[in-house]
Design a protein. Structure first.
Length: 203
């Protein structure tokens, strides 16, 4: 398998899922062509360490121009956009342009515990407050609605009530790292199954 499959990663945090993608480039056969962050964060340090190009598009500073600048910043040779802890909401134009070529990792078993404001430890707190027996993580395609797109992969984790929400999140995060890479591999091998556009669609 060659490394002709190009991934652009969007992130907002420390970059643990981004690191998993970095570590598996050669094994799976893709190349990360760019990291885009919407704020200063630890992901850029990982990009520097591994010689990956990165770009900061500060959402607060860009204001109303953020969405257009973000869209214009995606390299033309990108095959797949991966949201790895990206906290900015993608607008309709972006989602339409890259329809079925954007995936996201979310720390719950969607459709449960998704939507606006549900990220990080907030998800695990909600799961434990509801006395759920199981939680987990989900990789899904992205559309203009938050945490709404077609589900690609999920992994189930049993909730242990001797743990804190942070500890539950830590166990789930390890599985996020794994299934995000697995999802990329599946898409690379079976693009035709997901109605993936051969190139960006602009309307």
């Amino acid at each position: 398998m060659t490394n002709g499959f190009k991934i652009t990663v969007l992130a907002s945090g420390g970059g643990g899922n981004f690191q998993a993608l970095i570590n598996n480039q050669s094994k799976v056969g893709y190349t990360i062509n760019l990291l885009i962050v919407d704020r200063e964060c630890g992901s850029t340090k990982r990009a520097k360490k591994h010689g990956i190009d990165y770009k900061l598009i500060d959402r607060e500073k860009m204001g109303a121009n953020f969405a257009d600048i973000l869209l214009d910043s995606i390299p033309s040779d990108t095959n797949l956009i991966v949201l790895a802890g990206f906290l900015s909401i993608l607008d309709h134009k972006f989602c339409l342009t890259w329809k079925n070529r954007i995936i996201n990792i979310h720390p719950s078993l969607l459709p449960k515990y998704g939507g606006k404001g549900m990220f990080g430890v907030k998800v695990h707190e909600a799961v434990m407050e509801a006395k759920e027996q199981y939680s987990g993580c989900t990789v899904h395609f992205v559309d203009e609605k938050i945490d709404n797109g077609k589900i690609l992969l999920q992994h189930v984790v049993k909730v242990d009530y001797n743990e804190s929400p942070w500890e539950l999140g830590g166990r789930i995060y390890k599985e996020e790292n794994r299934i995000l890479v697995e999802a990329v591999k599946i898409i690379m091998e079976h693009e035709n199954l997901f109605e993936i556009n051969p190139k960006p669609v602009c309307e």
